[in-house]
Design a protein around this ligand. Structure first.
Ligand SMILES: Cc1ncc(COP(=O)(O)O)c(C=O)c1O
Length: 424
């Protein structure tokens, strides 16, 4: 049987920069008709669609070299191991990690953050220690810290947001006087789209000796991310929002931190030697990858990183900046009374536009839009405290990716006018 040593070559669309009309051809799901209309997928902040090259990579793995990794002394086992580790190198390159050993594969951003909270957190947070978060965190970067401080008798403090969703850095400055052990915040808000000034915040935190964890779940798929330039200590993200398979994600952390941290999950794969009463652990990153990993998904993540890299993340950012600017202009002009939230400048936000149509619950908005094949998210988007802060019960949210177009936003505007007509 022929073993393909290289993943399927990336499509021509990806190598030509970002023409969304061309890029869309790489995403078979977008050819679907939903309720008699072409699918208009505006929920990429929740999960992105997957290009053919990623689908092919997973298919090839299962068809041609499905085997466990770091075990099999036979051809397809060695091939699986090589591709799994090659995927790690691709992910490292994508975020400019200095060393692929600093990239730990996880199931998603949530698991990456929990890894830090359980491992680093339980070793380093003690009675009275403060952790600074923000009011705009996804529950994934809030609940693990709540559990940690409850157990370790620590404290949580929060950087507040302004009414238009900008972090109040003058309050952060004051909170830093508490000498927190850790500052953890999102790079890009999944609800408001706000792009936070990571480098500046890292410098402020480091100046008082705090470590910094950045939740990059909404950044890695949308803006250029260079972990060395950002200077954070931990950087967590999901694969499935960056065109990769469900169940893929990663934690990047500085080598010396990972080396000093105790294991998170334990069992096979993460050990070097096991005796009845004690064990020695593997080197990083395998120390943090207990059990059989999601090999095909990790390989798919590597291919997705490569695909986005070929498009160029600066192009992705520019494309989404254009879409956000278009949405911020068109929605109020065409949908009477619509309320938009978050910074009103496309320069300050990623590809996320939350809104409400007054008098109509966002769930009803989403349900009627679905009749036209338009998929938007409705609810609290896993940021209940932020919704509380902005005095909002829920919002609807349109979010973009490389395959999104201005025509999608036009369809959304028309759909929302129809929603208003349906509800009188
Ligand atoms: C900012 C942010 N952080 C964390 C997460 C959690 O991601 P996952 O569910 O892939 O773990 C999300 C998901 O929407 C997110 O938007």
């Amino acid at each position: 049987m022929a073993i393909q040593t290289e993943p399927a070559a990336n499509s021509a669309a990806a190598t030509r920069g970002l023409d969304p009309a061309v890029v869309r051809r790489d995403f078979p799901i977008l050819e679907q008709v939903i309720n008699g209309h072409p699918l208009i997928y505006l929920d990429s902040a929740s999960t992105s669609q997957k290009p053919q090259v990623v689908l092919d990579a997973i298919d090839t793995y299962y068809r041609e070299y499905n085997a466990n990794v770091h075990r099999g002394i036979y051809t397809i086992g060695e091939k699986a191991t090589a591709e799994y580790e090659r995927a790690r190198a691709k992910v490292a390159r994508f975020i400019n990690a200095p060393d692929a050993h600093e990239v730990v594969f996880t199931r998603n951003a949530t698991e990456a953050i929990n890894l830090v909270a359980y491992s680093w957190g339980r070793q380093n947070i003690n009675r009275g220690d403060a952790i600074v978060l923000t009011e705009m965190e996804h529950h994934a970067n809030l609940v693990p810290w709540q559990l940690l401080v409850q157990e370790r008798d620590g404290d949580l403090e929060f950087i507040p947001v302004t009414d238009d969703g900008i972090l109040r850095l003058e309050v952060f400055e004051v909170l830093l006087k508490l000498r927190p052990k850790l500052v953890a915040f999102t790079h890009v808000s999944n609800t408001l789209g706000t792009i936070n000034p990571v480098r500046e915040m890292v410098e402020m935190a480091h100046a008082v000796g705090a470590l910094v964890l950045v939740d990059g779940a909404q950044a890695v798929p949308h803006v250029p991310v260079d972990v060395q330039e950002l200077g954070a200590d931990f950087y967590a993200f999901s694969g499935h929002k960056m065109l990769a398979p469900m169940g893929s994600g990663a934690l990047w952390a500085r080598r010396e931190l990972l080396e000093a941290m105790p294991p998170f999950l334990s069992g096979g794969e993460m050990i070097r030697e096991v005796h009845l009463r004690r064990s020695d652990f593997n080197d990083i990153p395998w120390k943090f990858e207990a059990g059989t990993p999601a090999v095909g998904d990790a390989i798919g993540l590597g291919v997705a990183a490569e695909y986005l890299g070929e498009i160029g993340m600066a192009n992705v950012r520019e494309h989404e900046r254009d879409l956000v600017g278009y949405a911020l202009a068109q929605l109020p002009a065409r949908v009477p009374g619509i309320e938009l939230y978050g910074p009103m400048s496309a320069d300050l936000r990623g590809g996320v536009v939350p809104f409400n149509v007054p008098g109509i619950h966002p769930h009803d908005v989403a349900q009627v839009l679905d009749r036209f094949g338009i998929a938007v998210r409705a609810g609290h988007h896993c940021t209940m405290p932020l919704h509380e802060r902005l005095d909002l019960a829920a919002t609807a949210r349109a979010s973009f990716q490389v395959y999104s177009t201005r025509a999608d936003i036009d369809a959304l505007c028309d759909g929302l006018v129809e929603v208003q007509r349906v509800f009188g």
